[in-house]
Design a protein around this ligand. Structure first.
Ligand SMILES: C[S@@+](CC[C@H](N)C(=O)[O-])C[C@H]1O[C@@H](n2cnc3c(N)ncnc32)[C@H](O)[C@@H]1O
Length: 247
């Protein structure tokens, strides 16, 4: 039985329910956003119907969206590396619930991962194996449908297929100022290129989320080389984030 078939089965639905139930217990224990608990769990559940994510990943997105709203930070929400769309779907649901409607831009090859380079660690290189295109391979149309089914205003959803070194250069002027930049490309070059192309567009007071700072050494290296003078905060094992302040 292959993985994509498994995801369409009753069993996968049960697994998502179980994860959402566990997330609910964790949220009750840490007592964050108690008034929105039921809705956050519902949105978390939607975000894991395609793939796995942790409750701390979505809480980090939630708090960044609230920061942007509370501080009237204007700009787009951008994710580089959408894959099947789970984190982005959560962001759209959270923005809807928080009554803000930032323009959304998602970027992905939709052809799997690029080759790692010598700036990536041996674990990433062995994970990539002989054919990195087979890893994290997702379908753009399925991802777009999944994002639109959140009910977010479709005219605000932009989902771009292509390798970052071409797609970001081509679209960055249309993206304009960025309120939240979520970097989730895993590897050194897949973090460095979005940083070089998009970081200058992140407004002061806007937020950069780095999904893999604690997971992939190449990702951390790219951040440490380019992001200087910012207070990088811990969100969970892998995830870090910072509020951009002018240097
Ligand atoms: C870990 S997945 C993203 C997970 C997603 N953000 C989520 O939370 O479910 C990494 C994605 O980055 C994409 N990616 C990595 N490097 C890329 C590059 N250089 N150009 C385009 N896409 C890239 C891969 O195709 C993959 O879908």
């Amino acid at each position: 039985m292959n993985k994509s078939f498994l995801k369409q089965t009753f069993l996968y639905g049960l697994l998502s329910d179980y994860r959402a139930w566990k997330a609910g217990n964790a949220l009750r224990l840490i007592n964050v956003y108690p008034l929105e608990l039921a809705e956050i769990i519902k949105d978390y559940r939607y975000s894991i119907t395609k793939d796995y994510r942790t409750v701390m990943q979505v809480l980090n997105i939630e708090s960044c969206i609230k920061h942007v709203k509370d501080n009237n930070i204007d700009g787009a929400f951008v994710e580089t590396g959408t894959w099947t769309g789970g984190a982005s779907a959560y962001a759209l649901l959270s923005m809807k619930r928080n009554n803000i409607c930032l323009t959304y831009w998602g970027f992905d090859s939709f052809e799997g991962m690029p080759d790692p380079t010598s700036d990536d660690d041996s674990q990433s290189i062995s994970w990539a194996g002989d054919d990195p295109r087979k890893l994290n391979n997702a379908d753009r149309e399925a991802c777009y449908t999944y994002l639109s089914e959140t009910g977010y205003e479709v005219s605000k959803i932009n989902l771009i297929k292509g390798w970052f070194d071409e797609s970001l250069v081509m679209h960055k002027s249309k993206v304009g100022p960025i309120a939240i930049l979520r970097l989730d490309g895993d590897f050194y070059e897949s973090t460095k290129v979005p940083l070089l192309e998009l970081y200058p567009q992140v407004v002061n007071g806007g937020i950069v989320i780095i999904d893999d700072y604690g997971t992939f050494e190449g990702c951390k290296k790219a951040i440490d080389e380019i992001v200087l003078g910012q207070d990088i905060l811990y969100a969970e094992n892998g995830v870090r984030y910072f509020v951009k302040k002018s240097n």
